[in-house]
Structure formats: C-alpha cells, structure tokens
Design a protein around this ligand. Sequence first.
Ligand code: PGA
Length: 253
Amino acid sequence: MASNGRLIVFNWKENPRTLTGAFRLFSAIMRIVKNKKRGNTKVVICPPSVYLAELSRLLVRLPVRFSLGAQDIFWKDSGAYTGEIGPAMLRSFGKKVQYVIIGHSERRRYFHETDSMVNKKVRAALAAGLRVILCVGEPLAVRKRGIVAARRYVKNQLKKDLQGIINAKLKIKSLIIAYEPIWAIGTGRNCPPEDARDMAIFIKEARSRQVLYGGSVDGANVVDYLCYHEVSGVLVGGASLRVGEVGKMIKNS
Ligand code: PGA
C-alpha cells in the first residue's frame, strides 16, 4: 500500500451461508473496485477461508489495489491439528491472498483465544511474509472508566500480543493494527472519530505505521474516520455484506 493510500478491509465473518452467495457478493464488490479509477485506496476482502480457493480463482488478473485475506490462522504450517489452517497454506495462493486478521475480539471471546495464542499467530504469519491485521480494543466496562483506562488496556494487549517481536519489525508495513473497541462492534454504536484518531496516534507512536479503525463503520460514517490522516483505514464487518454500503465506502475513501 502506498504510504498515503487508505486500506479498507472487509471482514465477512461467517457469511454468506453458501458459495453461491459468496460468488454473488464478491462479483458485485469486484465491479465496484474495478470501476474506481481515481485514488489509491486498497481493498481487502476476508471471506471465510473455505471460500478463498474459489474466489481467488475468479481473480484471473489481480486488480492493482486489491487482495484477499483470511480471518484467522494457526501458527503451525502443517501437522495433526484438526480444523486448522496454517501460514504456508495461505502463502500458497501467492499475491492473491496477502492478509490475515489475527486476534479479532470474537475469536478471543467465543473461541477463548489468549494473548499468548495471538502472539504465536502474529509471529508465524509475519515470518511467512503475510500482512497481519492485529485487532485490539477495550470492552465496555473498561471504556466506562474513561479514555485513559482504554489506552492502558490497549497498551497492555499490544505488549502481550507483540511480545518478542523486535521493534524494528513492528514498523514494517506487514504489521497493521486495527483498533476495534469491543462495544462498537456490530452494535451501531461507533466510537467518536476523534477518540479513534487519538488511539491511532497512541498506537502509532509505539507500535505500527498503520492503524485502522473498526466498529460499526458504514457508507455514511466512513469519512468521519478517514478524514484524519492518522487513521490509515477501516475494518468493516456488517456493512461489508451490503453492496450499497460497500459502494459508498469505496467511493468515499
Ligand atoms: P462491524 O464489525 O463493522 O459489524 O461493527 C467490525 C469488525 O468486527 O471487524
């Protein structure tokens, strides 16, 4: 990604229900991506991994500012780990699959992922040459104690999730951090843009050149975040399944 280019990451989560639905949504988004002639926004779609092979096959020629990504990864390349998908498997798609989301709050909450597991995943993915989108963010109880408490929570998460990864590595473009306050995810209650900006500055100082905001982003509010140059882009869940919203987000980026 060019240094001033924005990154829009669409996290489809466990959607759509069928491969046919995935084809339909993917084709509609690709039409929007290809029609956007101006700007240097990069779009990344992270579908369920089971769809990656089929969707990547549709990319006969990879559009310049587009890539696919996975929503999670395991830290071993192969072995007796039922159900897991390793870095080497993703790498085998070449440039078509360059990104991976790691440590999403839903994985931490529903699948009991700990910071130590997240740390192993981040290390393995970076070592394999994938671009990591590491998700961090505070729960509502912490946020209610104020922005200072939220910052402390995020700092602590980053310290654990990035333990042992040397500082020089953190500044490389392969590590992207997504600030996703948990209380803003899927709730329609988005974080005040100036708070997202402050958190982006805070994270950038120590940890990463690129910080995304995620949490109830849609076609109408995307500009409120992207108007700050400190916010490198957005990570979008629910609205990434609605073609109209996707169109507005790409147009407004
Ligand atoms: P949301 O999800 O846009 O539906 O709030 C964001 C995310 O979970 O990445």
